[in-house]
Design a protein around this ligand. Structure first.
Ligand SMILES: [Zn+2]
Length: 182
């Protein structure tokens, strides 16, 4: 009978309610609200110290460099490159069917800023390859930056979690290696 293959997993993959279980960002946290408010206008922003101009990422209401509470949101382009990635093969939440690929995208406008995002399936990625962060409206007032698949150029080389291969001379890190974590 045609249809999805039963992988013998009695977990979330057979849950017909999965599409309704999507997790949504908290919109009213003072440390991140400006980011989501800008995203609702399809604008990508980063937080910057108004005193010393340091980028504040992860998002905080104050500058960890100079201690100032004077911060601003600066618009940036969504253009970046793959810094690292890892493939999730075991489903841990009904809204996110496995496999999917978590991608760390480094922004061209501000290379110290790396956004964590994801693409469905086992993405065929290369460190340093171009990516474009666009916006996905999950529901009204909830808009998430997502990588644009149209800008992902497949190499024909499959680099997977834990691989040591890195075909580029880019400074990008390549596949995430948990052995490298402190
Ligand atoms: Zn500062």
């Amino acid at each position: 009978m045609p249809g999805p293959m039963d992988d013998g997993n009695d977990g979330y993959q057979d849950n017909p309610a999965a599409p309704e279980a999507r997790l949504l960002p908290v919109q009213d946290d003072p440390e991140t609200a400006g980011f989501w408010e800008a995203a609702s206008r399809h604008e990508l922003v980063i937080r910057r110290c108004g005193s010393c101009a340091a980028v504040i990422h992860l998002l905080r209401s104050y500058c960890g460099i100079c201690g100032s509470w004077d911060t601003r949101w600066d618009p940036v382009r969504g253009e970046g490159m793959v810094h690292s990635w890892t493939v999730v093969e075991h489903q841990v939440h009904p809204a996110y069917p496995a496999p999917y690929t978590i991608v760390l995208v480094e922004l061209h406008d501000e290379p110290s800023v790396r956004f964590i995002t994801s693409v469905p399936g086992v993405a065929d990625l290369i460190a340093g390859q171009p990516m474009q962060l666009t916006f996905e409206t999950v529901e009204q007032d909830n808009v998430l930056p997502r990588p644009s698949m149209s800008r992902i150029t497949h190499s024909g080389t499959s680099l997977r979690w834990g691989s040591t291969a890195n075909p580029t001379t880019s400074s990008a890190a390549g596949p995430f290696d948990p052995a490298g974590c402190p």
